[in-house]
Design a protein around this ligand. Structure first.
Ligand SMILES: Nc1ncnc2c1ncn2[C@@H]1O[C@H](COP(=O)(O)OP(=O)(O)OP(=O)(O)O)[C@@H](O)[C@H]1O
Length: 247
C-alpha cells in the first residue's frame, strides 16, 4: 500500500501540492487526474525519489520513503517501476535487448539468460513475436508496450505510468488500457496512472484521485465520479469548455 500523508511541495513561491493525502490500495488500478500543470507528475515523482516533499510523509509498504536517501531509494526504484510518457528505448538495440538491459544490470544475468527472461516479459505484453525487431520499426503503441515490458523486468510491485495513452491512436490506446488492467488482474501489480484520457479512466480505473488547485478535490470510484454533484469534477470528466473550473 502507498500512502501520501499531508504532502506539501512548492517550487519557489508556487505551492503545487498543498496538503495532499490519500492511500493507493494494493493491486488496484489507481488514476491521478486533473488539469495540466496541477501537479500529477510532481506527485508520482515523489515515489521514486526524483522529488522530495517540503513536508508530509510518503509510506510504501510500511516504510517512510520520504525520509530515504539516494542509497535507500535503490531498492524502492526496483519495487516501483516507472513508464515515462515518451518511450526511452534504445533504437540501436532489439526490443528483447532493450527489455534485457535492466536484468543484465541489476540481476547480473548472462546475455542468454537475460534475453530469455526478456522474451517472457514481452509475452506478458503480447509482443513476443517482436523481440528481434528494432523500436523504430514499430508504431508508438507497440513501443509503449515494449517499454511496459521493460518496466516489468525486475518484477515490480508498483508500476507508475505517466500519461501512457497520450499521443497514441485510439486502438493502440485501448490496447494499452487492457494491458494495464491485465497487469493488476493477472500479476497483482498496483498501477498508478497519471492521465487525461477520459476513455481510459472510465474503462479501467478502480479508484480515481482528482487534484485541483493544489488540493485533492475528490477520491472515489468511477461510479462515484460520474454521480458526484461537484461542478468542478463534472466539468473535468465531461470535458466541458465552460463551468466552475478555474485554470
Ligand atoms: N523541477 C521543477 N521545478 C520547478 N517547477 C516545477 C518542477 N517540476 C514541476 N514544476 C511545476 O509544477 C507544476 C506541476 O507540474 P506537473 O508536471 O506535475 O503537472 P501535471 O499535472 O503533470 O501536468 P501535465 O498534465 O501537463 O503533465 C507546473 O507548474 C510545473 O511547472
Amino acid at each position: 500500500m502507498i500512502q501520501f500523508k499531508n504532502i506539501i511541495k512548492s517550487f519557489g513561491p508556487k505551492t503545487v501540492l498543498n496538503d495532499v493525502s490519500f492511500d493507493v490500495p494494493t493491486g488496484s488500478v489507481f488514476f491521478i487526474i486533473g488539469a495540466s500543470g496541477v501537479g500529477k507528475s510532481v506527485l508520482i515523482k515523489h515515489l521514486v525519489g526524483l522529488l522530495y516533499p517540503d513536508s508530509g510523509e510518503i509510506w510504501l509498504d510500511d516504510e517512510e520513503i520520504s525520509k530515504f536517501d539516494e542509497q535507500q531509494m535503490g531498492p524502492i526504484r526496483k519495487k516501483c517501476a516507472m513508464v515515462f510518457q515518451h518511450s526511452t528505448l534504445f533504437d540501436s538495440m532489439t526490443c528483447a535487448e532493450n527489455v534485457a538491459l535492466p536484468l543484465r544490470k541489476h540481476k547480473n544475468l548472462s546475455l542468454k539468460d537475460a534475453l530469455g527472461e526478456a522474451r517472457k516479459r514481452l509475452q506478458m505484453v503480447h509482443m513476443q513475436e517482436f523481440g528481434d525487431r528494432y523500436p523504430p520499426e514499430l508504431g508508438d503503441g507497440m513501443r509503449k508496450r515494449v517499454a511496459i515490458a521493460r518496466a516489468l523486468t525486475l518484477d515490480p510491485t508498483y508500476v507508475l505510468f505517466d500519461e501512457p495513452t497520450t499521443s497514441l491512436d485510439p486502438v493502440s490506446a485501448r490496447r494499452v488500457d487492457v494491458l494495464i488492467r491485465e497487469l493488476s488482474d493477472k500479476l497483482g501489480v498496483t498501477s498508478i496512472v497519471v492521465s487525461h484520457d477520459l476513455v481510459s479512466i472510465f474503462s479501467i480505473a478502480d479508484r480515481i484521485a482528482m487534484l485541483y488547485r493544489g488540493k485533492l478535490r475528490m477520491l472515489g470510484s468511477r461510479e462515484e465520479f460520474r454521480a458526484t454533484p461537484d461542478g468542478v469534477v463534472q466539468q473535468f470528466i465531461n470535458g466541458h469548455a465552460t463551468g466552475p473550473m478555474e485554470l
